[in-house]
Design a protein. Structure first.
Ligand code: GAR
Length: 193
């Protein structure tokens, strides 16, 4: 990925909706000497997102936009991102769907992490569906975002084995632990590092 930047590292915003454990791992990664990115903004669609605490903790600017009026929120969002010279976006448990128009403005510069082996199990409730189908494996995927849900070009995937006693919770936990490693790896990969 080639990004124009007057800064040393690619200025990145992370979008969250919940716990923010991926945000935390990305922040940790960004502090690494080898990281090509810095995390300069956190966006959440809800003030209830626990992950917002990481923005506080690491003194990263943050903004809550509820997305009830998507068009207006995205307009505000674009203004904020531009003002803060944000060049790349990492979706990390962000549960709102961005419009085609927004995605177009950041074309090729929005990444997402999804808790399944895409193209299998796009959308919500992945673990429930995986267990219902008695799959032997699941995993996680980091991909570029395009205008179709969970359908952009895949950057990296990690497979995990499903045990006989697997529950939705145990599977979610197992996959999340892999997500924390996969997202940084995928970022290194797109920068050819
Ligand atoms: C993660 O498992 C992520 O893959 C998933 O939400 C969780 C967020 O956890 N994302 C999606 O389901 C997006 N469709 P976190 O808030 O602790 O990073």
């Amino acid at each position: 990925m080639v990004l124009s930047t007057g800064y040393n590292r690619v200025r990145t915003a992370v979008f969250i909706s919940g716990k923010g454990s991926n945000l935390k791992s990305l922040i940790k990664f960004s502090k690494n000497k080898k990281s090509p990115i810095s995390i300069n903004f956190v966006i959440s669609n809800t003030s209830k997102a626990k992950g917002l605490n990481y923005a506080e903790l690491f003194k990263i600017k943050k903004k809550v936009l509820n997305f009830k009026n998507k068009k207006l929120c995205e307009k505000k969002l674009l203004f904020i991102l531009k003002k803060n010279n944000i060049e790349m976006i990492c979706l990390a448990g962000f549960m709102k769907i961005l419009s085609k128009n927004f995605i177009e403005k950041f074309k090729g510069r929005i990444l997402n992490i999804h808790p399944s082996l895409l193209p299998k199990y796009k959308g919500l409730n992945t673990h429930k569906r995986v267990l219902k189908n008695k799959d032997k494996y699941s995993g996680c995927t980091v991909h570029f975002v395009n205008s179709r849900l969970d359908s952009g070009k895949i950057i990296l995937q990690k497979k995990v084995k499903i045990s006989k006693k697997e529950t939705m919770n145990s599977l979610a936990k197992k996959i999340l632990a892999q997500e924390h490693k996969l997202y940084p790896k995928a970022i290194l990969k797109i920068f050819n590092l």
